[in-house]
Write a protein that binds this ligand. Structure first.
Ligand code: H79
Length: 481
């Protein structure tokens, strides 16, 4: 059985020092349908229904991931020691006892949180949807939960429900909202899973007796009731449910119980990380961009701006706006979405370097968004780079060496060329199957026609001496008359 293999791989791999999430994913499209205890929407809907369900998501291209929770208080430091790796994993990485971690709730009072500001930031970045951690692996619910008291309303001095405030604000500002929910790992709920770190119990992977218990008890008393709350208490939201890290515990039968809930919301989009052989709607490459996307599958690259999802006070290793924007363009040219993360701090404030980069991306998109939103992938391909004849990647396959000269996206009658490396003189393409009638730069509001020459198999467009935007200047090849 496919799931069993994948799940076993998790257990084995988790002992290794370096761990690639890619190995957890069902990244290959399957020809035949897997038998599920309960068919999911993807198993029963028609192609036309699937298109209709995915449409807004495919047009969106750019979303905001928000990792926010109790881990923003230690912010990467525990007992005076800086804990390596991603901030939201601190409880596991530092083997923090359940009672000590739970005690953080009494100190969580993020009074500077403004849903309005965060939603406005997403809008100004040109993002079309937001996905926030409703509950991460630490088990702390960032919403008003009657099912479990370890939540932001019942257990903190803050007492507010940020998901409700965000839902209201997203409605006002016309942007979509989704919820991340860690359905399998939960380090503070008895019986739930933990992925192995350090010297934890080799079988349960637990580090505190308080974590022991029956998985089904966790599933039935916490995960399923909370997923129900999330699906019913926030009006038209969530439009996305983002599951994470399924282990061997997420059997087809258990996953089917969650699928039964999801099916009651027929417009919902959910990712490929539920587990139990369910493929969901979207592939989710984490922290990398696949060389040529996932042909035949919707996909979304989720990535951090620095090296953590949850806030870490001393992680200042921010990617440049240039890198972030070129990643967005690269992803769009391969038909994917970019889910770019922010990690608000324990007062509810988005770190300034993150907000600054998002606003700069939004400025570019305000001018050049036509080349990103609702576009189709490149008609070319080799511009993305090539596989090395000699170098191997971590899995022993030929290493992909990206090229960063230009990318391309497509609309009905237009080819967009996002130029990173401004050539002197002209832009030249050898293989262009379609007749171009005019060419202009998107950032030139007059759309001044550029001189060009085209033969059956190549095109040359005369460019001005300087790029209009040093990060990416979009050349439009217009095929309409
Ligand atoms: O929510 C973010 C991550 O916390 C979550 N997915 C994204 C969206 C995630 N959970 N697990 N993983 C990703 C992959 C597992 C990585 C691990 Fe590790 C390698 C677990 C143990 C070794 C990272 C590195 C955490 C500790 C060290």
């Amino acid at each position: 059985m496919k799931l069993a293999h994948r799940s076993i791989a998790i257990v084995v791999l988790s002992a290794a020092v370096s761990f690639s999430y890619a190995q957890l994913e069902g990244s290959k499209p399957e020809a035949q349908r897997v038998h599920h205890p309960i068919p999911a929407i993807q198993d029963t809907e028609t192609t036309a229904q699937h298109y209709a369900r995915m449409q807004w998501w495919r047009e969106a291209r750019f979303g905001m991931f928000i990792h926010w929770g109790l881990y923003s208080i230690p912010a990467g430091t525990w007992d005076g020691k800086q804990i390596p790796d991603i901030g939201e994993w601190i409880m596991n990485d530092a083997s923090i006892p359940v009672a000590d971690y739970k005690a953080l709730a009494a100190r969580f009072n993020p009074t500077s949180f403004r849903a309005h500001d965060i939603v406005s930031l997403a809008k100004s970045a040109g993002m079309k949807y937001i996905v926030i951690t409703a509950k991460h692996h630490d088990g702390f619910a960032m919403f008003d939960s009657k099912a479990n008291a370890f939540n932001i309303v019942a257990s903190t001095p803050f007492k507010r429900d940020p998901l409700r405030e965000l839902a209201e604000e997203c409605r006002k500002q016309d942007i979509k909202l989704g919820f991340y929910y860690s359905q399998d790992q939960d380090w503070t709920a008895p019986g739930a899973s933990a992925i192995q770190r350090a010297n934890h119990d080799p079988i349960t992977h637990h580090w505190d007796k308080a974590q022991d218990g029956a998985f089904d008890t966790y599933l039935h008393t916490k995960a399923i009731p909370q997923i129900k709350e999330l699906l019913t208490n926030y009006g038209e939201f969530p439009v996305v449910v983002w599951f994470d890290t399924p282990t061997a515990n997420m059997t087809p039968e258990r996953a089917a119980e969650i699928v039964t809930l999801l099916k009651q919301h027929p417009n919902l989009i959910w990712n490929n990380r539920l587990g139990g052989t369910y493929k969901g709607d979207t592939e989710t490459p984490e922290q990398y961009i696949p060389p040529h996307g996932f042909p035949g599958r919707d996909w979304e690259a989720c990535m951090t701006m620095n090296d953590t999802w949850g806030y870490k006070s001393y992680d200042t290793n921010f990617k440049s706006t240039e890198t972030l924007l070129r990643n967005l363009i690269d992803i769009a040219s391969k038909g994917g979405n970019y889910l770019l993360n922010i990690g608000p701090d324990s007062t509810g404030v988005v770190p300034a370097p993150e907000a600054e980069r998002l606003r700069q991306m939004g400025q570019w998109l305000a001018v050049n968004g036509e080349a990103i939103y609702n576009t189709k992938p490149t008609l070319f391909g080799p511009e993305a780079g090539e596989f090395s004849a000699t170098e191997k990647d971590k899995s022993g396959n030929p290493k992909f060496i990206p090229s960063w000269k230009w990318r391309s996206t497509t609309a009905a009658e237009k080819i967009y060329i996002e130029i990173f490396n401004w050539p002197s003189g002209s832009f030249h393409i050898d293989t262009l199957p379609r007749k171009v009638n005019s060419a202009y730069l998107l950032a030139d509001s007059a759309h001044t026609p550029l001189k060009m020459s085209q033969t059956a198999d190549h095109i040359d467009v005369q460019l001005p001496a300087k790029a209009l935007d040093p990060i990416a200047t979009v050349l439009v090849l217009n095929m309409s008359k």
